[in-house]
Design a protein around this ligand. Structure first.
Ligand SMILES: Cc1cc2nc3c(=O)[nH]c(=O)nc-3n(C[C@H](O)[C@H](O)[C@H](O)COP(=O)(O)OP(=O)(O)OC[C@H]3O[C@@H](n4cnc5c(N)ncnc54)[C@H](O)[C@@H]3O)c2cc1C
Length: 509
């Protein structure tokens, strides 16, 4: 068993990432925001760490002692620091609430188990004592995936999985690695790279999100065109549920009934806790190279992506920005970024070749955008993202429907879009929106999100391609799967978690 050398750094409690990498805003950008969007700086300063209002801990001394008897006293934390750092995820509304000093969703305690056995023990205590349990990876959910309903429970515990951080084994013959769920993206790559292997999974949240979170929320990374989504990489899973253990996946494909791994992928902590994973790995490429093209229109770029996907000639990274996103990043037309690892990159007649530089610039800055969001929030601009997917023939309608819904709901807003996950039959659309925060930024965004979710449903898109359902998308998810689908989800929940302690309020409509 190998553990990573890189220790886990805490994420900024009210924003993104490493506080040392926080970025400021150029005065010219502030002026542009004021002129184009009517952004005015917020009246007061955001709340400091010491200003966060935390509810009193509800857990009884008996429950706390029972938890301590399983993981050890030092691994059950009830201090303000631990509770604040496990309050909510990292959506813009989550950050806005933290900046207002609202700690009302804080767990009563944070528990850090180190093994499957300890997790199974914790689930039994929490079931017996009716304590809600929130499986917590990196806490980077942007759909309310780590906030539990506390009504009817004797308290809420965040189950932080960071101590399950081992590379358990490597089977180079089958190209499989067994890894534990608390490993963050860079830690997992460090361990695998030591064997000349890679997962090839690089979502924008890679630095802080965990393997367990990638599986539980069906994550998709920037190199999905070449390496697949995270759920494509999962060959086997070990899961602790209140009803007992699940050991799933013993062959690459099986005709032994429905594939129960699919029940756990995307289950967002509501069915069980993933305690180990057998993941498909690939050889670390000798090099990762870049290329870029300018397309005359978003549709022309999408047509080129579709052709590559259908001819099965996709590079590892392919990403196309629409006109607005390209313009905001200083370009014209529609920028396509290509990342490839072998052979020659694709060529596109009818598009202008820009060489490697624009793509290298994108690659260098690809994990920096969340820091910019923090700076914009501080300046009085709300910036949020949302994503969906559809088949190729439905994409133009979906693109227009989302843009129109956002513009109608928000008035002055910049709505940008890119395509970065493509399949033979369709693709995802990823939108970034910037608008003035106004007097009540939470209500303003909530109203817009409701409208845009309706528009996605009406235009035939899915409510999420890779962020998941969480609390925020439950209603839209129910509409998407219909009453029979809702009944199935509730029945599975009842079977695996009869007391309903796992992540109450998340996923299950
Ligand atoms: C700035 C930013 C950029 C992002 N970019 C991307 C992107 O490019 N691609 C993408 O797919 N997503 C992206 N996300 C969303 C998020 O990072 C992903 O959903 C990620 O998979 C969450 O991982 P996590 O470890 O942080 O999970 P958490 O946020 O801790 O948890 C997510 C959900 O999974 C459950 N869970 C976590 N671990 C386990 C476990 N071991 N067993 C059972 N349930 C578990 C939780 O209870 C919760 O419901 C981004 C988020 C942010 C804030």
């Amino acid at each position: 068993m190998e553990t990573p050398r890189t220790p886990v750094q805490p994420v900024l409690w009210s924003g993104w990432g490493d506080p040392g990498k926080a970025t400021g805003l150029d005065p010219a950008v502030r002026e542009l925001l004021a002129e184009s969007l009517g952004v005015v700086p917020p009246a007061g300063e955001p709340a400091g760490f010491g200003d966060v209002r935390l509810p009193a801990t509800e857990l009884s001394p008996f429950v706390l002692d029972s938890l301590r008897s399983i993981v050890g006293a030092e691994q059950v934390r009830t201090d303000a620091d631990a509770r604040i750092r496990h309050t909510r995820g990292k959506s813009t509304p989550d950050l806005l609430k933290m900046r207002m000093g609202d700690g009302s969703d804080a767990p009563d305690a944070v528990v850090l188990p180190a093994s499957h056995h300890e997790i199974a023990g914790l689930l039994s205590v929490c079931t017996a004592e009716r304590v809600a349990v929130v499986p917590f990876g990196g806490g980077t959910s942007v759909v309310g995936g780590v906030v539990a309903d506390r009504a009817g429970f004797a308290g809420v515990v965040a189950l932080d999985l960071r101590r399950l951080d081992r590379l358990v084994s490597v089977d180079e013959e089958s190209m499989l690695a067994e890894l534990q769920p608390g490993l963050r993206g860079p830690q997992a790559e460090e361990l695998l790279n030591g064997h000349g292997l890679t997962l090839g999974h690089f979502p924008q949240s890679w630095e802080y999100a965990t393997l367990g979170g990638f599986a539980a929320a069906r994550s998709s990374g920037q190199a999905s065109a070449g390496y697949g989504r995270f759920d494509d990489m999962v060959e086997g899973l070990t899961v602790a549920t209140p009803a007992g253990d699940l050991e799933l996946g013993r062959a690459p494909r099986s005709a032994a009934g429905p594939d129960l791994r699919q029940l756990i992928l995307g289950s967002e902590g509501a069915f069980g806790v993933i305690t180990s994973m057998r993941l498909r790995v690939r050889r670390l490429p000798a090099e990762r190279r870049w290329d870029a093209w300018r397309f005359p229109s978003f549709q022309a770029g999408r047509d080129a992506m579709r052709a590559l996907a259908q001819e099965r000639r996709l590079p590892s990274v392919i990403r196309l920005s629409d006109e607005t996103e390209t313009m905001i990043n200083g370009g014209t037309g529609c920028l396509m970024v290509i990342g490839y690892e072998q052979g020659d990159p694709p060529r596109f007649p009818g598009a202008e070749h820009l060489g490697a530089a624009p793509a290298e610039r994108w690659a260098d800055g690809r994990f920096a955008a969340p820091y910019l969001r923090d700076a914009l929030l501080g300046a009085g601009a709300t910036v949020e993202t949302l994503e969906t997917a559809a088949h190729w023939s439905g994409l133009p309608r979906l693109y227009e429907a989302v843009r129109l819904a956002l513009e109608a709901a928000l008035g002055r807003a910049i709505v940008m879009c890119h395509v970065s996950h493509v399949y033979e039959t369709g693709a995802s659309l990823y939108f970034t929106v910037a608008t003035a925060s106004g007097d009540d930024p939470l209500a303003r965004w909530d109203a817009a999100k409701t409208k845009v979710s309706e528009a996605i449903g009406l235009a035939g898109g899915t409510i999420s391609h890779h962020h998941g359902v969480g609390r925020d998308h439950r209603a839209a998810y129910a509409a998407e799967i219909g009453p029979v689908g809702v009944g199935i989800m509730r029945a599975i929940k009842k079977s695996l978690d009869p007391a309903g302690i796992l992540n109450p309020g998340v996923l299950i409509p």
